[in-house]
Design a binder for this molecule. Structure first.
Ligand SMILES: N[C@@H](CCC(=O)N[C@@H](CS)C(=O)NCC(=O)O)C(=O)O
Length: 223
């Protein structure tokens, strides 16, 4: 086993790594495995020795004797190591530029409102924390505006980084699916942003996403 992901199948950030590994052609239980950790250990010193912010996931590359945390960094690192076309490298300048831009779109434009909204409307209930309705509305409006920006990008190219799929597209799946399931991101599917709907349908149908759910990532929010 080369790659050991320390995380939890319930976690969206762990799912981001798993869906990308599967899409890059890595085989579960052959190339990588999920070493499941409880959320309760995240603030313990032993865990924070590997993930200093007390979050999941982190990963070991047993072949290289290397540890790395941050889901997107894990995916870029492994994609670069195996030469995956889903993580274009600097030798292919044009594709690399598109990938970097798309990755920044996901982490700097989408993830903030999406993850906060998911917390306010969904995960907060797991912890018995009341939804802050004002913040939920603000984040929902922000996300809707961001998706209008996505429509402008996707009206010019098939995927966020150009004509080819990259892991930056797949990185939207975990939070996007949750929000779609609870009706908090209607423009992903309602056709009012036609290119966003086309893109969302395409990436949601990626077999790696179905396999990620088979491997235990739940359909968060699905009634
Ligand atoms: N930027 C980090 C975010 C990690 C993160 O927020 N992980 C969540 C699970 S999806 C977590 O550990 N939450 C528990 C906490 O923050 O206490 C990454 O992508 O790896």
């Amino acid at each position: 086993m080369v790659y050991i992901i320390h995380g939890n199948a319930m976690s969206t950030c762990t799912a981001r790594v798993i869906v990308s590994f599967l899409a890059m052609g890595l085989q579960p239980e052959k190339d990588f495995k999920l070493e499941s950790a409880e959320f309760t250990v995240l603030k313990e010193a032993d865990w924070m020795a590997h993930q200093p912010f007390g979050q999941m996931p982190w990963m070991e590359d047993t072949e290289a004797g290397l540890e790395i945390f941050e889901s997107r960094a894990i995916v870029s690192y492994v994609g670069g190591k195996i030469g995956s076309p889903l993580t274009p490298g600097p030798e292919n300048h044009k594709a690399f530029a598109g990938y970097l831009q798309a990755a920044q779109n996901e982490s700097a434009q989408f993830d903030g409102p999406a993850s906060t909204l998911a917390f306010e409307l969904y995960f907060s209930k797991w912890f018995g924390i009341p939804t802050n309705e004002e913040n939920a509305k603000k984040q929902k409006d922000t996300l809707a505006k961001k998706l209008e920006g996505y429509e402008r990008i996707l009206s010019k190219s098939k995927y966020l980084g150009g004509e080819n799929l990259t892991v930056a597209d797949l990185s939207h799946l975990a939070y996007g699916a949750l929000l779609s399931n609870i009706g908090a991101a209607p423009t992903l599917t309602d056709g009012s942003l036609p290119n966003v709907a086309r893109w969302w349908k395409d990436i949601s149908a990626n077999p790696a996403w179905a396999k990620t759910k088979e491997m235990g990532h739940p359909e968060h929010g699905k009634a």
